[in-house]
Design a protein around this ligand. Structure first.
Ligand SMILES: *[C@@H]1O[C@H](CO)[C@@H](O)[C@H](O)[C@H]1NC(C)=O
Ligand SMILES: *[C@@H]1O[C@H](CO)[C@@H](O)[C@H](O)[C@H]1NC(C)=O
Ligand SMILES: *[C@@H]1O[C@H](CO)[C@@H](O)[C@H](O)[C@H]1NC(C)=O
Length: 277
C-alpha cells in the first residue's frame, strides 16, 4: 500500500519538476490568485542573457555581452532614428569641447517606451548599490549614430563642473548632478573599419588576461585598449571616484567609422548632491 503511493508521489514530484517551467506560466495566466504579483512591470521585461568580464579594476571597466538582444537593438534603432540630431557637446571634463570633436548624431530615447524602460531596469539592476535609491536616477538613455568619418575625440563623460537638471532649474531646486558611471552598448554595426572605443589609459588587470582566450579588445598602437564595436556588447565604467571627483583615467574616444554605420546606446546614471538632493 505504502509502496505504490510512494512511487506515485515521487513520480508526481519528478513530473512536476520536469514540467513545472512549462505549466507554471499557464497556471499564472489562468489562475493568477495562486501567484500574487510581486512586480508586474518587471515581469514583462525579458531576463538578461549577458555574461560579464572584468577588464580593469582601477578604474573599474567591465565588458558585458550581450547587454541587449538583437530584437531590442532593432527596436531601439527604430525608435531613435527619427529623433536623431547633431550630437551636443556640453561641459565635458577634459578634452576639446568643440563641435568638431563630436561629429556623430544622437537621439534621446523616451523612457516610457517599453524596450527603453526594460533596458534601463536591466542597467539599474546591474548597477546594484552604485545609485542611492530616492536620490539618484538612471538619466535619459541616448542613442548615437556614427556614419563614415564620424567620431568622438578623446573626452570624459563626467563634468568638470556638476550640472543642474533643466527641470530642476525651472522650479528652483538646488541640487546638482554628475554622471557617476557610463554604460555604452553597441546596438548595430556594419562598418568596414574603425569605430572602436579607445581607452588610452586603461590597462588589463593582469598580463595573463591579455594572453588568454579570445579578446574583446586589442592593444592600441598609442597605448591602452581599443574595443571593436560588436552588436549587443556593452562597456561599463565608473566615471567618479568614491569622493565624487571625476576619474581622468576614464578618458576615451569613439574612433572614426569607415564605411557603413554604427549605432550605440549611452546610459549615464546620475548621482545627485547639494542642498535639495
Ligand atoms: C523593477 O525593478 C526595479 C529594480 O530592481 C525596482 O526598482 C522597481 O521598483 C521594479 N518595478 C516594479 C514595478 O516592481
Ligand atoms: C579625491 O580622491 C582622489 C584620489 O584619491 C584625490 O586625488 C582627489 O584630490 C580627491 N578629491 C577631493 C576633492 O578630495
Ligand atoms: C549598413 O546598414 C545601413 C542601414 O542601417 C545601410 O543603409 C547600409 O547600406 C549598410 N552598409 C553596408 C556597408 O553594408
Amino acid at each position: 500500500m505504502a509502496g505504490p503511493s510512494l512511487i506515485t508521489l515521487s513520480l508526481a514530484i519528478a513530473l512536476g519538476a520536469y514540467l513545472g517551467p512549462f505549466i507554471q506560466p499557464l497556471i499564472r495566466e489562468h489562475l493568477p490568485f495562486f501567484f500574487p504579483a510581486t512586480s508586474p512591470q518587471n515581469e514583462t521585461c525579458p531576463p538578461h542573457r549577458y555574461t560579464t568580464q572584468i577588464i580593469s579594476l582601477d578604474p573599474p571597466l567591465i565588458y558585458i555581452h550581450p547587454f541587449v538582444s538583437p530584437a531590442e537593438a532593432e527596436a531601439l534603432i527604430a525608435l531613435g532614428s527619427p529623433l536623431l540630431e547633431p550630437s551636443p557637446v556640453t561641459g565635458y571634463g577634459s578634452g576639446a569641447a568643440t563641435s568638431q570633436a563630436r561629429t556623430s548624431w544622437s537621439a534621446p530615447l523616451p523612457s516610457a517606451d517599453r524596450t527603453v524602460s526594460c533596458v534601463l531596469a536591466r542597467a539599474s539592476s546591474f548597477l546594484g548599490t552604485v545609485l542611492s535609491p530616492g536620490r539618484d536616477d538612471m538619466g535619459m538613455a541616448q542613442m548615437v549614430r556614427y556614419t563614415p568619418g564620424q567620431k568622438f575625440d578623446l573626452h570624459t563623460d563626467w563634468f568638470a563642473r556638476p550640472r543642474v537638471d533643466e527641470g530642476d532649474a525651472e522650479v528652483g531646486r538646488r541640487r546638482m548632478y554628475n554622471r557617476v558611471a557610463t554604460l555604452f552598448v553597441v546596438l548595430g554595426a556594419n562598418h568596414t573599419g574603425g569605430g572602436e572605443t579607445w581607452f588610452p589609459q586603461v590597462r588589463t588587470v593582469t598580463d595573463q588576461a591579455r594572453r588568454g582566450g579570445e579578446s574583446v579588445w586589442r592593444e592600441h598602437e598609442d597605448g591602452g585598449l581599443a574595443f571593436p564595436a560588436v552588436p549587443g556588447g556593452g562597456l561599463f565604467w565608473m566615471n567618479l571616484l568614491a569622493n565624487g571627483t571625476g576619474d581622468a583615467r576614464t578618458v576615451h574616444a569613439g574612433l572614426p567609422v569607415e564605411g557603413g554605420v554604427k549605432y550605440a546606446l549611452n546610459i549615464w546614471p546620475r548621482a545627485f548632491f547639494g542642498p535639495d538632493a
